[in-house]
Design a protein around this ligand. Structure first.
Ligand code: BES
Ligand code: MN
Ligand code: ZN
Length: 500
């Protein structure tokens, strides 16, 4: 879907969306059309539930007195109700509405609601972003669907004063949308197509954006002693990979921030095999890695003034004659030994070596890891918030704030020595699952914390409930969400980026 910003003129044809505030208050463009159509809009409102509430839509077909095909009234609610996220949702709902009506193009006329906190320009770019994000489709593997059965909006024009300046403001948001689409594509790809080697190859391609990309195969990881990560991949016919992407465009003396992603391209559970029902979902067990890759894509494409390293551990967790067994003891790169009680608790093993590697090689000022780590986090928080664990209050509150702003929300859960004890092993330094049945997401986080050196600020995001959605969302269809891309970008913009 193409988005263009245009100067508001009189729109006399096509599909036109105009804004209406609470209590059916027509904003200027809507009022003008109402007049032109001899009151058709007011009559339509009176004949429906539409009252201009935030998020409400009402379409009026082929009103007399004009050659316009369809006028859509868009509710913006009471003064001050519209914020960034609501504006994004508004853009998204317009796309759904137009798709449902098989429309090819739509014009959205912006009228900043009086008394609100959003300028017309801000409202324009945010609704454009929401529309763009909602228009995503993953249809690479549909060969039979008739093209005209597909949702059809191919062009959205946003009418706003000072269109050229607004267009410039939209550029970084368009880049964010592109990175989100990139991540959604990666997460949606099935595991026969996207496996550790092919995903590493995709990462390599990102060097065209100016990222430095380094790929370590199994031989290199073996030399480094990454027994934890390698143990997970040893049952797979595919070679495990560790990909290091760096973007060093900030001050020379500024230590990088590290983003670390779990990239289990498929998680069968290994010898601790998962049940068949729903196992296909485990193709998206690389959602953390995909978010890190997307965030690096975004930082590079918008040439962020920052130093960031993104590292992803890519493996396939398979049962086979060469697979690791429950009870095996592996030695991680840190030298710490791990008794693998359950081969399905594999993500933490991958992250253990990736975390150690990034600290030893980049001395980061802060670390954020993202992982579809535990089913338990879905039980705890549902699909509203990702789990946040941190050894540093400032980093935790920065992430929480970035989550509120982007709509990629995170909720902090505790860590502590009594949880940590749960993963002590009788025969090794630790085991990969807790002794009791409780607090599965916390014991997983405790495991990761054992691989954080000294006081390095670190946060872990358990995104198991967030990487994928079974329901359409305001700014995306059901399927891959790319959760984390905008969150990490926001964190960088707000705290780790120097002004030009
Ligand atoms: N990838 C799964 C976690 C997961 C579950 C993500 C459901 C998304 C949806 C992870 O590797 C896993 O299998 N975790 C186990 C840990 C357990 C064996 C301690 C789990 O959550 O059941
Ligand atoms: Mn697992
Ligand atoms: Zn997993």
């Amino acid at each position: 879907m193409k988005i263009a910003f245009v100067e508001p003129t009189r729109f006399t044809s096509g599909n036109v969306a105009v804004m209406v505030a609470a209590d059916r208050k027509l904003l200027p463009a809507a009022a003008a059309l109402d007049k032109q159509t001899k009151g058709a809009l007011r009559r339509a409102m009176a004949a429906s539930r539409f009252a201009g509430k935030k998020g409400q839509l009402l379409s009026v077909m082929a009103p007399a007195g004009t050659r316009i095909d369809r006028i859509t009234l868009v509710g913006v609610g009471k003064a001050g109700e519209l914020d960034d996220l609501a504006a994004e949702a508004l853009g998204g709902s317009l796309v759904v509405d137009a798709n449902g009506a098989a429309q090819k193009s739509v014009v959205l006329v912006i009228d900043a609601p009086p008394g609100g906190k959003m300028s017309a320009g801000k409202l324009a770019v945010r609704s454009a972003l929401g529309a763009k994000l909602r228009s995503y489709r993953f249809d690479r593997y549909r060969t039979k669907e008739k093209p005209d059965a597909k949702p059809t909006v191919t062009s959205l024009s946003i009418a706003v004063k000072g269109a050229a300046a607004v267009q410039r403001r939209y550029v970084p948001l368009a880049k964010a949308a592109e990175a989100v689409f990139y991540t959604r594509d990666l997460v949606s790809e099935p595991a026969n197509v996207l496996h550790p080697e092919s995903l590493a190859a995709k990462c390599r391609e990102l060097s065209k954006l100016g990222l430095k990309v380094e790929v370590l195969g199994e031989a290199a990881m073996k030399k480094l002693g990454m027994g934890a990560l390698l143990g997970v991949g040893q049952g797979s016919a595919r070679e495990s990979q560790l990909v290091v992407m760096s973007w060093m465009n900030g001050p020379k003396n500024q230590k990088p921030v590290a983003f670390v992603g779990k990239g289990v391209c498929f998680d069968t559970g290994g010898i601790s095999l998962k049940p068949a029902a729903g196992m296909e979902d485990m193709k998206w067990d690389m959602g953390g890695a995909a978010a890190v890759i997307g965030a690096m894509h975004l930082l590079a494409s918008r040439k962020a003034r920052t130093n960031v390293v993104g590292i992803v551990g890519l493996v396939e967790n398979m049962p086979s004659g060469t697979a690791q067994r429950p009870g095996d003891v592996v030695t991680s790169m840190s030298g710490q030994t791990i008794e693998v009680i359950n081969t399905d608790a594999e993500g933490r093993l991958v992250l253990a070596d990736a975390l150690w590697y990034v600290q030893k090689n980049f001395n980061p000022q802060a670390i954020v890891d993202l992982a579809t780590l535990t089913g338990a986090i879905i039980i705890a928080l549902g699909h509203e918030y990702a789990g946040l664990f941190a050894n540093d209050d400032e980093l935790a509150s920065r992430l929480a704030a970035a989550g509120e702003r982007t709509g990629e929300k995170v909720w902090r859960l505790p860590l502590g020595p009594n949880y940590d004890k749960e993963i002590n092993s009788d025969i090794a330094d630790m085991k990969n699952v807790g002794s009791g049945r409780g607090a599965g997401s916390i014991t997983a986080a405790q495991f990761l914390e054992r691989f954080i050196i000294g006081k390095t600020p670190w946060a872990h995001l358990d995104i198991a409930a967030m990487a994928w959605t079974n329901r359409d969302q305001p700014t995306g269809p059901k399927g891959a969400t790319a959760f984390g891309v905008r969150l990490l970008n926001r964190l960088v913009v707000d705290h780790f980026e120097t002004a030009d």
